[in-house]
Design a protein around this ligand. Structure first.
Ligand SMILES: O=c1[nH]cnc2c1ncn2[C@@H]1O[C@H](CO)[C@@H](O)[C@H]1O
Ligand SMILES: [Zn+2]
Length: 331
């Protein structure tokens, strides 16, 4: 099967984990930021998380370098444009990209400037390529909470105009949902969709909580509902989208190897499973690669692929008009 040519949908990709290494070098030069090396291969290897990471925390250490050049409007706009361009060139037709506005204030940008920059970059790519997209605002779970509502307020002006959802990301501790209840409610009341990273690091209860306490319509990863019947049943009952990211799941030790990933079991049990990249640079991957890996490992057919494609449409935080457009590519 020609995986490159297949129409694809990526619902879970981080902007700061998907920066081109050459762009890091260019922007560092423009912005007078010292880099550990000027060699593109060296920069590339500093950004890719090894398969030998001990856990998610070690994986998350790879984001400091890209974030150092994502502190100006022009830098953020360029990186956003290039990410949508890279995805469009491998036939991603719809793309939801997430990022943490709190991580881009090192040089004093306002949340409005930051969000406006990512949206502008996306819209420039939408005008040039056959791709449509939306942004998801990720709040960092380990950060102070005093500016979360300010992020939500700033993003609310862009709802329906490039921003679609609220997310929680970063290290996952057991029981993290409880203290985010008021923020997720605030976002939902403003009109945001909700997706939450949960069940990535062994705690199925976190998925149960994300759905029942935070109103998550989808969860990032969600793998560990396998060990938690209540979470599994709730996901099934409420048709909660599972944003699977195969390569990342191996790097962070969410699973030991792809053959142990519950993807196929979830798909066969008719849970709404989707295939996504998580981080194109940090996980050294593309949508073509992620689709290939899953299809080959689990011996899925072309019909299976288009079933998954349609699940991604159903789960997308996109308008009905965009969903109809995406259905045109389905078989
Ligand atoms: O797989 C993941 N699980 C949890 N958090 C993540 C993952 N990948 C990236 N980030 C976190 O999300 C922030 C905003 O994009 C990144 O800076 C990183 O800290
Ligand atoms: Zn993620």
């Amino acid at each position: 099967m020609n995986y490159f040519n297949l129409p694809k949908i990526d619902l879970h990709c981080h902007l700061d984990g998907s920066v081109r290494p050459q762009t890091i070098i260019d922007l560092a030069q423009e912005q007078n930021i010292p880099l550990p090396s000027q060699d593109i291969n060296e920069i590339n290897s500093l950004m890719i998380a090894p398969e030998t990471c001990q856990n998610l925390e070690e994986y998350l250490m790879r984001f400091d370098l890209p974030l150092s050049v994502m502190q100006t409007e022009a830098g953020i706009e360029r990186i956003s444009f290039e990410l949508f361009e890279d995805a469009a060139k491998e036939n991603v037709k719809y793309f939801e990209v997430r990022f943490g506005p709190q991580l881009h204030q090192q040089q004093g940008l306002s949340f409005k400037q930051i969000i406006n920059s990512v949206v502008k970059g996306m819209q420039r790519a939408e005008a040039q390529y056959d791709i449509k997209g939306n942004y998801i605002l990720s709040i960092l779970r380990t950060f102070p909470k005093d500016n979360i509502n300010a992020v939500i307020d700033a993003g609310a002006d862009f709802l329906g105009k490039g921003v679609a959802a609220f997310d929680l990301a970063g290290a996952e501790l057991p029981g993290f949902c409880q203290e985010f209840i008021p923020y997720a409610k605030y976002a939902k009341d403003k009109g945001y969709h909700i997706t939450i990273h949960a069940g990535e690091q062994g705690v199925g209860q976190n998925v149960y909580d994300a759905v029942s306490q935070l109103n998550a319509e989808r969860v990032g990863h969600g793998i560990h509902i396998t060990g938690h019947q209540g979470a599994y049943d709730l996901v099934k009952q409420q048709n909660v989208g599972l944003e699977t990211c195969p390569s990342s799941n191996i790097q962070t030790k969410a699973v030991n190897k792809l053959s142990e990933h519950p993807f196929k079991a979830f798909y066969q049990a008719k849970l709404p499973t989707t295939i996504n990249t998580d981080n194109r640079t940090v996980s050294n991957t593309t949508m073509t690669d992620e689709v290939r890996k899953v299809m080959e490992e689990f011996s899925l057919s072309r019909e299976d692929y288009f079933n998954i494609y349609k699940i991604s449409i159903e789960q997308a935080f996109a308008s009905d008009e965009v969903k109809q457009h995406l259905m045109q590519f389905a078989e």
